[in-house]
Design a protein around this ligand. Structure first.
Ligand SMILES: [Mg+2]
Length: 189
């Protein structure tokens, strides 16, 4: 019998697509290129107001990504074992489960891991990937992808790019989840 492929998936930007996220891209680019902030750092909301604004930014117009149907099919057929690894903080957990139930995606995942200790997202994902030893991990955040790729973990990290980032050279890059899963599970290029 063929060995099951074990795939870790990020949530926002990989399993879920949020058109509003594109609006935040210019801010990231200004920080990086004009303010010269090269260090990777992720904002941790602390006050109730910050938390509700953060929740709102994550929930606005959220849809399953192109590839969600293929994810369902591949897990149901037992061809892949999927694990969700999101840097979402625990106060977004109920919204996450609501989304997964609403779109019939909850059963796809053998495990769901949230950033419960409020670690920096790239360090958190590196730690989880080292512990879980996935064959593949699919992530959309370039800072996280390049950090993981440079950290010599055994997991092959696949990147979902966005329109502004697409010219970066990277060995495993995809426009959306469907393309990543076809490459990983079906051997398509
Ligand atoms: Mg993401």
């Amino acid at each position: 019998m063929k060995k099951k492929i074990i795939v870790g998936l990020d949530f926002d930007g990989v399993v879920a697509y949020n058109p509003a996220r594109l609006a935040r891209l210019p801010i990231a680019l200004i920080k990086r290129h004009i303010l010269g902030e090269n260090k990777i750092s992720f904002f941790v909301p602390k006050t109730p107001l910050q938390k509700s604004l953060w929740a709102l930014a994550h929930e606005s117009s959220l849809f399953p990504a192109r590839g969600a149907a293929l994810l369902r099919k591949l897990t149901q057929e037992g061809r892949i074992e999927a694990h969700l690894v999101t840097s979402r903080y625990p106060f977004l957990e109920s919204n996450l489960y609501l989304f997964l139930r609403r779109w019939n995606l909850l059963d796809c995942f053998s495990s769901i891991t949230l950033n419960t200790k409020e670690e920096q997202a790239h360090k958190y994902k590196e730690r989880v990937l080292r512990a879980k030893k996935f064959d593949y991990f699919v992530e959309d955040n370039w800072d996280i992808v390049s950090h993981l790729h440079g950290s010599r973990i055994k997991t092959e990290v696949h990147w979902i790019y966005n329109i502004l980032d697409r010219n970066r050279a990277y060995p495993w890059k995809h426009p959306y989840l469907e393309h990543a899963l076809e490459t990983i599970a079906l051997g398509r290029k």
